[in-house]
Design a protein around this ligand. Structure first.
Ligand code: C5P
Length: 229
């Protein structure tokens, strides 16, 4: 069995050396990696370049949120570095700047609609008039208007994103847990099969794979579960 390009493994490890070691252990079972902010501070871009040189795809989960000019300059550098996916917050100014910067490059922009850690009460406290689900829906529509390539969405909102945005939109879902693994802190998890059936185009599945005794075997089990969908 070979890698499924719809499976993204987050390298949520404390150091680049440990991340590199995990990539080596996973070998040809995984072709797509997510690099988050923790590794950015300790050599994440160097690791991204190494992964690209090995023929892997790279998702930079940096959730950019700044004035348009800064987002545009940052996204342009990342597009030139050959990265494949970049997250930005789903504010129209931010999304438009990132889309402008990626131009005709291979970099795809993903909008983070509403952080899944935010409840309706949190949004109210922040001054929003919408609850989480309404704000997610509004921001999916705005992402489409801005020309963004997709959204990050919990498996429970994947169907909504797919319904609003149609078949070509990327819907990347974290919170993926095979039935045989611990839920960890993912309160609203779904199995790989359920997430794909709900409309996800890509799954982010971390600790069930990276914390397993045999990460490669765990990755292959997840891929086997995805195979039918
Ligand atoms: O180990 P686990 O599968 O829970 O990792 C999920 C990854 O997806 C982590 O890198 C986490 O930061 C990220 N993520 C998430 N929920 C979101 C957005 C991102 O779990 N709403």
């Amino acid at each position: 069995m070979t890698a499924d390009s719809r499976l993204i493994v987050p390298l949520d490890l404390p150091t680049v050396d440990e991340a590199r070691d995990m990539v080596e252990r996973l070998g040809d079972a995984v072709s797509f990696y997510k690099i988050g902010l923790e590794l950015l501070a300790t050599g994440g871009m160097g690791l991204a370049a190494e992964l690209k040189a090995q023929g892997k795809s790279v998702f930079l989960d940096w959730k950019l949120h700044d004035i348009g000019a800064t987002v545009e300059r940052s996204a342009r550098v990342l597009a030139q570095a050959g990265c494949d996916l970049l997250t930005v917050h789903a504010e129209p100014q931010v999304m438009r700047a990132a889309v402008l910067a990626r131009g005709g490059s291979d970099l795809k922009i993903l909008a983070v609609t509403v952080l899944t850690s935010l409840t309706d009460a949190d949004l109210n406290e922040m001054g929003y008039a919408f609850g989480a689900r309404d704000l997610v829906e509004r921001r999916i529509r705005q992402a489409l208007d801005c020309g963004v390539d997709g959204v990050v969405s919990s498996p429970h909102e994947a169907a909504l994103a797919r319904e609003i945005a149609g078949p070509d939109f990327l819907v990347v879902t974290p919170g993926v847990r095979p039935f045989w693994s611990a839920k960890n802190d993912q309160a609203r998890a779904a199995t790989p099969e359920a997430a794909l059936r709900a409309g996800a185009s890509h799954l982010v599945c971390g600790r069930p794979i990276t914390a397993a005794n045999d990460p490669r075997e765990a990755a292959l089990k997840v891929i086997a579960e995805m195979a039918g969908v």
